[in-house]
Ligand binder design. Structure first.
Ligand SMILES: Nc1ncnc2c1ncn2[C@@H]1O[C@H](COP(=O)(O)OP(=O)(O)OP(=O)(O)O)[C@@H](O)[C@H]1O
Ligand SMILES: [Mg+2]
Length: 215
């Protein structure tokens, strides 16, 4: 593995991947990028989704202008490889296209966001299975981690989490709550860690996520 998880400043590729659209990939990519930058890391953001949602989020953003964004690359996997050694966060499409497979082949950490429903859980587990298959061909496999997103206090969240764990998924202890701070961050081209007290809860959970995914 290129990156060392033990060092404070991780260098490697974190890819947001799931075949379920709307799970929260772009939101987590954008917020994690800002969080790692705030922690003093040089971060390169890669938008590998044809919809270019991350590019729109970061595009004209003044608060995020100190973070490098690469969008619309012709050969995304090659461009990611060129950024090594370095911290690279990759946002992918809401379905498994060729580019997503290539990214899963080189990522150090695959982060799979999952909302709390049976459909979301099944598709997250399919994504875990896909990445496990890809890992079999790799000499240094990616860490594959699921994070529950847009959670609330309902029993469904616990139920879906337990089902995923029972199916063998590595589900992170931290959760990303259902919060207006996330769409607000997108609308204002910012991120919770830059938005002050109004987004403190979101900022705290993204910081916790940034630590937990590198364990
Ligand atoms: N934790 C959250 N709380 C509230 N809203 C959220 C949260 N996470 C994501 N959203 C909202 O859900 C919608 C989908 O999120 P996002 O675009 O990040 O998903 P995605 O997986 O990137 O989707 P796609 O597959 O289309 O690329 C957006 O409107 C976003 O603001
Ligand atoms: Mg997206």
């Amino acid at each position: 593995m290129r990156g060392s998880m033990a060092t404070k400043h991780f260098k490697g590729i974190i890819a947001l991947i799931t075949i379920k659209g709307g799970a929260g990939k772009t939101t987590l990519a954008a917020c994690l990028g800002a969080e790692f930058r705030k922690q003093g890391q040089e971060v390169t953001m890669i938008d590998a989704d044809p919809q270019q949602s991350l590019a729109a989020w970061y595009g004209d953003s003044e608060p995020l202008s100190n973070i490098t964004l690469i969008a619309n690359a012709e050969n995304t996997a090659a461009v990611i490889a060129q950024q090594q050694p370095g911290l690279v966060i990759v946002d992918t499409a809401g379905f498994a296209n060729k580019t997503t497979i290539e990214i899963a082949q080189i990522a150090d950490v695959v982060l799979i966001p999952c909302r709390s429903s049976g459909i979301d859980a099944r598709q997250a587990l399919q994504t875990v299975a896909l990445c496990n298959e890809i890992n079999k061909e790799r000499s240094s496999p990616a860490k594959i981690k699921v994070v529950m997103t847009a959670t609330n206090r309902s029993a469904i969240v616990r139920h879906v989490r337990n089902e995923m764990i029972a199916a063998g998924a590595d589900v992170l202890g931290c959760e990303i709550g259902q919060r207006t701070s996330y769409p607000e961050a997108e609308l204002s081209g910012s991120a919770p860690c830059l938005m002050g007290k109004t987004a403190q809860k979101a900022a705290d959970e993204i910081q916790t996520l940034s630590i937990e995914i590198l364990r």
